[in-house]
Design a protein around this ligand. Structure first.
Ligand code: HEC
Length: 211
């Protein structure tokens, strides 16, 4: 009996504690805000990635530039198979709608806008100029946009941008832009009829997927 009383007493005390909702007015704090401001000099540590993002600890990772301020032609991390798979996944989501699954510039949005809706046809990633462009250049384009293409900085975090760049390198090889070599992660084949069929159907796209 005593135990029950004590236990239930504790329970209700904890349950009924006052607490504030975000954006609620506070009568306790001098600034009248329930949400407390971040303490100066602190960094979020909910996960290591965010932590690194905040500290900008590794410049190459965030700028794509080497020490002399030029586009770097190295990666800020080891390009493992896992990175390539992540890159392929992110590329297919964020880039293929315009650049196409194999990077030839024949994505669905481009095919649809050929009737004069305004988007330029992006260059193929196997164009000599892009084949010889350093990895940091691609990072830069994703981060800052290029001409008609807007920035993906808010949607693709830095490590994923590099993963996409690694995958673009693989696409360039597999599409014959860099001689023999071959990708370690093969491009996604056009499973969806939408990627391959319209181009073949209209017969006006010689650069569509070969599968
Ligand atoms: C909404 C369509 C669209 C999407 C999505 C898109 N791009 Fe582009 N991209 C373009 C267009 C259009 C151009 C050509 C822009 C111009 O020349 O004005 C371009 C150009 C480029 C270039 C060539 C720059 C140069 O020097 O010529 C690269 C590299 C590139 N995009 C990479 C990417 C990557 C990587 C992604 C995914 C993160 C992506 N793009 C997503 C439309 C898109």
């Amino acid at each position: 009996m005593t135990v029950t009383l004590i236990a239930s007493g504790c329970r209700s005390e904890l349950f009924d504690q006052e607490y504030g909702e975000p954006l609620e007015q506070s009568n306790f704090y001098a600034d009248k805000r329930m949400s407390r401001p971040l303490v100066e000099g602190t960094v979020p540590t909910n996960n290591w990635e965010d932590h690194r993002d905040h500290l900008r600890e590794n410049d190459l990772m965030y700028t794509g530039l080497n020490e002399s301020g030029k586009h770097a032609d190295i990666f800020p991390m080891e390009v493992t198979e896992q990175v390539m798979l992540r890159g392929r996944e992110r590329y297919n989501i964020f880039c293929s709608p315009c650049h196409g699954l194999t990077g030839q510039g024949d994505g669905m949005i481009i095919q649809r806008s050929k009737g004069g809706r305004g988007l330029k046809t992006p260059p193929s990633f196997t164009d000599a100029r892009l084949v010889s462009s350093p990895a940091g250049y691609f990072f830069d384009v994703i981060t800052n946009g290029f001409g008609q293409m807007y920035s993906y900085a808010s949607r693709v975090k830095p490590a994923d941008r590099w993963a996409i760049v690694a995958y673009i390198r693989a696409l360039q090889k597999s599409q014959g832009g860099m001689g023999a070599g071959g990708a370690t992660v093969a491009p996604t084949t056009a499973t969806a009829t939408e990627e391959a069929t319209p181009a073949e159907g209209t017969g006006n796209d010689t650069t569509s997927n070969t599968n």
